[in-house]
Design a protein around this ligand. Sequence first.
Ligand SMILES: Nc1ncnc2c1ncn2[C@@H]1O[C@H](COP(=O)(O)OP(=O)(O)OP(=O)(O)O)[C@@H](O)[C@H]1O
Ligand SMILES: [Mg+2]
Length: 237
Amino acid sequence: MVQLACKNLSVGYEGKEILHNINFSINQGDYLCIVGENGSGKSTLMKTILGLHSPMSGKIITENGLASTKIGYLPQQTVVQRDFPASVKEIVISGCQSRCGFRPFYNRAEKQLAISNMKKMGIENLASRCYRELSGGQQQRVLLARALCATQKMLLLDEPVAGLDPKVTEEMYEIISSLSKNDGITIIMITHDVRAALKYATHILHIGDDVFFGTKNQYLCHKFGKEYQSKGMIDNG
Ligand SMILES: Nc1ncnc2c1ncn2[C@@H]1O[C@H](COP(=O)(O)OP(=O)(O)OP(=O)(O)O)[C@@H](O)[C@H]1O
Ligand SMILES: [Mg+2]
């Protein structure tokens, strides 16, 4: 069953179009990787899907009553955000904000949810630590626990492994893969790592001057996939 679809979607800023006529749809449980060059509009597309930014034209359709506030989001990190002076538990529970509505405090169920998601990410021992004193890998687990507080259904992850070393990167990919396989959460992940996209994703959206959307196998048969594979063979000697 289709969970999210973009139909003839164009996105941009101040009347300037960055992406034109994007069409794709994903079903519950799919794992979509969005790839494309720096500045091609990946983050803008994700923010538009989340309703943080208005589309210039076209539509975003969500089925099963999935409101954009019920989608978990891990934003692309900036240097300033890495320096945020709050505790881990404060940041994780802030993922419950859209559940609170106008209620100015978190209830017992929300506090429990934050604790269970910290446990799931293996960071419960860091709960009282200051976020800015953590390693990059620990920070990303905190942000993933926060995103999980917002959803049981769909996670949007903007470059979740940027800046992480190969070992921690692989751990992060395995955590995300388990959320997809074992918890049935739909994943939309922006990445520059085509190798990982081909390993974990069910679908690929390649954006740029030319746009491709399809399954992983269709991507491998498309010129983008072929270009990647021939480059890989050269890199590997
Ligand atoms: N708030 C903004 N106002 C105006 N233009 C913006 C804004 N944010 C991004 N842009 C521009 O929109 C284009 C797409 O930016 P976006 O951040 O979506 O790219 P991206 O594909 O995520 O790149 P990267 O891989 O570097 O993260 C860029 O040219 C960028 O300068
Ligand atoms: Mg980006």
